[in-house]
Design a protein around this ligand. Structure first.
Ligand SMILES: Nc1ncnc2c1ncn2[C@@H]1O[C@H](COP(=O)(O)OP(=O)(O)OP(=O)(O)O)[C@@H](O)[C@H]1O
Length: 224
């Protein structure tokens, strides 16, 4: 269970004010996060991942009170348990596609690069249709191909929680459907909890739950 209570977050230099009094996400389920641009969806993913620290309130993932962990423990928890697909992918430009997918092994010292992990990277690349690009620089890829590299990287370590920020945003409808099916299969087969931001309401029927950020907008923000 991801349990969020009495959460408040403000960026130091912005009037944006996110308040989430009570939100619970069931483990092993697929949750879509929708809502107006600028309503705080990406911010919430970064708060759940412990990349941002709330001004007040709590986020608990299973038995771990993420908001109470010191920074080093938070990072360790994130590397072990959470896969992230960022909106801007955050690929490393000087690494090729395969090495970008294998990046968790470089940044997590307790995750050695094994033959099995390399094989998993190659299998994931095949599943999302980028096998022929494995030795290419990521700078030579289209946006949709870069997005698929980011998805493979997030799935590499079989995380128990997958936070994905518009992971199908740059893909054509057929590829988008294939990627979504891969993410949902991960939920069904591996018990992964998926929290996915999307603007595509035609995808919502695939999800177990939908969280609409409209509910978190303050009256002032709605009036803008
Ligand atoms: N680093 C930052 N510093 C200051 N303000 C920020 C920062 N990042 C985001 N914001 C502001 O916080 C608000 C929420 O942004 P966020 O990216 O979470 O929204 P979103 O719902 O994910 O939007 P979109 O659907 O357009 O991706 C916006 O008003 C944005 O301008």
């Amino acid at each position: 269970m991801i349990a969020i209570s009495n959460l408040n977050f403000r960026y130091p230099s912005s009037a944006f004010d996110l308040r989430v009094d009570d939100l619970q996400i069931t483990p092993g389920s697929a949750t879509a996060v929708v809502g107006p641009s600028g309503s705080g969806k990406t911010t919430l993913l970064n708060l759940i991942a412990g990349i941002l620290r709330p001004n007040s309130g709590q986020i608990t993932i299973e038995d771990t009170k993420v908001t109470a962990l010191p920074d080093a423990a938070k990072r360790k928890f994130r590397l072990k348990n959470i896969g992230m697909v960022f909106q801007d992918f955050e690929l490393i430009e000087y690494l090729n596609v395969l090495d970008n997918i294998l990046l968790p092994c470089r940044i997590n010292t307790s995750l050695p690069l094994t033959v099995d992990l390399r094989q998993r990277a190659e299998e994931l690349a095949a599943l999302v249709g980028i096998s022929s690009h494995l030795r290419k620089s990521v700078t030579k890829l289209s946006q949709g191909e870069r997005q698929r590299v980011a998805i493979c990287r997030a799935l590499l370590t079989r995380p128990s929680l997958l936070l994905a920020d518009e992971p199908t945003g740059n893909l054509d409808p057929v590829t988008s459907e294939q990627i979504l099916q891969l993410l949902l299969k991960t939920v069904r087969d591996e018990g992964t909890t998926l929290v996915m931001v999307t603007h595509d309401h035609s995808l919502l029927h695939h999800f177990d739950h939908t969280v609409d950020f409209e509910q978190f907008l303050t009256a002032a923000a709605k009036a803008e």
